[in-house]
Structure formats: C-alpha cells, structure tokens
Design a protein around this ligand. Structure first.
Ligand code: ADP
Ligand code: MG
Length: 203
C-alpha cells in the first residue's frame, strides 16, 4: 500500500463516523485535510489529487445501492480477456475503511472528450481526414452496445486499429457498457481512453 493510500484510509477513518453515511460536509473536511479536491457524480465520490495525478473513488451508497467501482473493475478484468484494457482507465481496489467503504484507485485522466480543447480537436481532425475510413468506423461504432462519441471513436480507431476496435465492440456487449457519451470517454495524455465504463443501470 502506498503512503498516499494509507493517508487516505487513515484520514477517512479518523474524520468519518462509523455508523453513518458520509455527507458532503464530512467529505469536504477529509479532502481539505488531504489536500485533495472532492468531486462526485450520480454514483460515486472522488478525491482528486492533481499533484499526484491520482484519484480515490468510492460509492455513494446514499444515492445508489450498487458499487459502480466494483462494476468498473469487473469490466476492466473483462477488458483483459478481450485484450482491450489499454483503452480503459485502470482501476484497482486498494482498501476498505472502518465504516466498510471500499476504496478504489485510478490515474487522473487528462481530459474528457467534452473538455478537449478546440485547438487539439482541430489538429487531430485534420490528421484523421487523411487516414480514417469513416464508413468502417461508423459500422463498429454503431455495432457497440452503446455508440461511443464519434470523434473519440475515430481517434481510437486510428490509434488502436480496426481489429482492436472490433474486439472493443464485443467487450462492450459482454460488459453491457452503456452511456459512452462525450463526458465518459476522453484522454490520458494523448491516449484515447474510456474514463467511465461502469455503465449505468438505474439502481
Ligand atoms: N480518474 C479520474 N480522473 C479525474 N477525475 C475523476 C476521475 N474519476 C472521477 N473523477 C471526477 O469525479 C467525478 C465522479 O466520478 P465518476 O467516476 O464519473 O462517477 P459517477 O459514476 O458518479 O459519474 C467525475 O465527474 C470527475 O469529475
Ligand atoms: Mg461520471
């Protein structure tokens, strides 16, 4: 266990009550003690450590009964079976707090597709005009369980190749990966990566 992981677990154990769901004000206190930023979505909380380029995530039990980090981890393992884990933001379980909250670690992504700078997009769009077989990309895109955002899909196909993306298509069905909109696909440096592949199943 890294020193930072130990510090996250120790601080959560010290500042959060064992018998209650943590609330935003409690988690803000933990984040500020750790020098992290608290982020959240519909299903998960996240402590973002910009300096270390890592993120610690855990379920928002008060909102959903499912551990979406666990689902994401299962889809990551499935990605290995299809040999496409290179395009998934890695996730690992690093511990559990005294209150029973499972904690997961991920690298911090550089940008989601919807935050990609206009300049970068124009630059890559220009490159892709020469090399991309749009009809082939569209076929794989629409063959996926949920169609990944178009620009991301084109760039991913250019970087990883057709065979890889066909395998990705199969993985998306077995993992029932839905919701691959522009907020859930993105970039780790210049590498196209899925940043949220837990899917959302409405519970
Ligand atoms: N690996 C990461 N790198 C940077 N920010 C992240 C990362 N994971 C989560 N976040 C931040 O935390 C928020 C919630 O995490 P997310 O995994 O999207 O959960 P949810 O399923 O609740 O949407 C994100 O919208 C983002 O702001
Ligand atoms: Mg999200």
């Amino acid at each position: 266990m890294t020193e930072l992981t130990e510090r996250v677990l120790a601080t959560m154990n010290e500042l959060l009550k064992e018998d209650a769901e943590p609330e935003r004000s409690d988690l803000d206190r933990v984040a500020s003690r750790l020098g992290a930023k608290l982020h959240w979505g519909a299903t998960r909380w996240a402590f973002v450590f910009a300096k270390h380029k890592v993120v610690y995530k855990f379920p928002r039990w008060s909102e959903v009964g499912t551990d979406y980090c666990e689902l994401e981890l299962a889809n990551y393992e499935l990605g290995k079976k299809y040999r496409i884990e290179r395009c998934l933001l890695p996730i690992e379980k690093v511990g559990i707090t005294d209150a029973g909250i499972p904690i997961y670690l991920q690298p911090m992504y550089t940008s989601s597709q919807d935050n990609l700078s206009y300049d970068r997009m124009k630059q890559w769009e220009h490159k892709m005009q020469k090399t991309t077989n749009r009809a082939m990309v569209r076929k794989i895109q629409h063959g996926c369980f949920s169609s990944p955002q178009r620009f991301w899909m084109e760039r991913a196909t250019q970087i990883y190749g057709k065979a890889f993306m066909r395998s990705f298509e199969k993985w998306s069905h077995e993992g029932k990966v839905n919701d691959l909109h522009s907020g859930n696909v993105g970039w780790l440096g210049r590498q196209p990566i899925i940043i949220d592949y837990a899917g959302y199943h409405g519970d």
